[in-house]
Design a protein around this ligand. Structure first.
Ligand code: CDP
Ligand code: CDP
Length: 223
């Protein structure tokens, strides 16, 4: 099978990582969760008491503390300096600050370079906000997932409850809408559908239906 690349972009909770992991398994590709990379810098900034506005210090954190992913039966784990931070980077304090941190040009340059390095030999499914537009503009398959903000908030809420995390639907919806706004309106690499990306509105769709539609697209492209 050809080692093509799949870029999946879209707003929070549109189903990117769920679908990306299933596709990576199906094609035996590497899955790269770029959101986890921006979350890791944000987590490190909180740990090291660095201001979210301090672009140079944030960039220095990326250089000093390289992130690594480990594939396990339970899913993908995120490590920094041997510490498993998979759960920690999903906490509310990180989520609340990640859009501010990820808006810095130097932070993005540093992480985009790392992402391109990982993807350089192909056979990759990468999800994020700027994969089809900036990170992998030549990706053979580009998907842009969307869903109504209500449904996305409900998905996150359900996920939290299943994980035993305290959750309030209304505040999740407000936080998602705010993050959508910040991610779409920043100056550097905003969340944007690439001209050659295929948009799928997943409102009311099951995960299986979304995966099946993407597999059809891949097939039609002859990859
Ligand atoms: O999983 P969820 O949709 O909550 O977000 P994520 O994919 O973990 O991304 C967290 C944040 O990182 C986003 O809200 C963006 O601010 C930033 N991000 C980005 O700027 N560019 C990317 N390629 C991926 C994430
Ligand atoms: O990565 P992203 O933030 O775009 O979303 P996700 O973490 O893959 O999906 C958020 C939640 O929505 C997960 O609990 C998925 O199981 C769920 N989901 C869903 O219910 N229906 C879909 N079509 C896609 C995702």
């Amino acid at each position: 099978m050809n080692k093509f690349s799949i870029a999946i972009d879209g707003p929070a909770s549109s189903g990117k990582s769920t679908v990306a992991k299933i596709l990576a398994n199906a094609f035996n590709f590497v899955y790269v969760d770029t959101g986890a990379m921006y979350r890791t810098v944000t987590y490190l900034a909180i740990q090291h008491k660095i201001e979210f506005s301090d672009e140079d210090q944030l960039t220095e954190l990326i250089r000093r503390y390289p992130i690594s992913f480990k594939q396990t039966k339970e899913g993908q784990l995120v490590f920094v300096e041997g510490e498993d931070i998979t759960q920690a980077i999903r906490q509310a304090d990180v989520t609340a600050a990640v859009s501010e941190v990820s808006a810095h040009r130097k932070v993005r340059e540093e992480l985009v370079e790392a992402q391109r390095r990982i993807a350089s030999s192909g056979g990759v499914v990468m999800d994020g906000r700027d994969i089809g537009t900036v990170v992998l503009p030549k990706a053979e398959v580009k998907i842009f997932l969307v869903a109504s903000v209500q449904e996305r908030a409900e998905r996150r809420h359900k996920e939290n409850l299943e994980r035993g995390i305290e959750s309030d639907l209304e505040s999740i919806q407000t936080a998602i809408a705010q993050r959508d706004y910040l991610d779409s309106h920043r100056e550097v690499s905003p969340l944007l559908q690439a001209d050659d990306a295929i948009r799928i509105d997943t409102t009311g769709m099951t995960i299986e239906a979304v995966v099946s539609e993407i597999k059809d697209i891949i097939h039609q492209k002859g990859c």
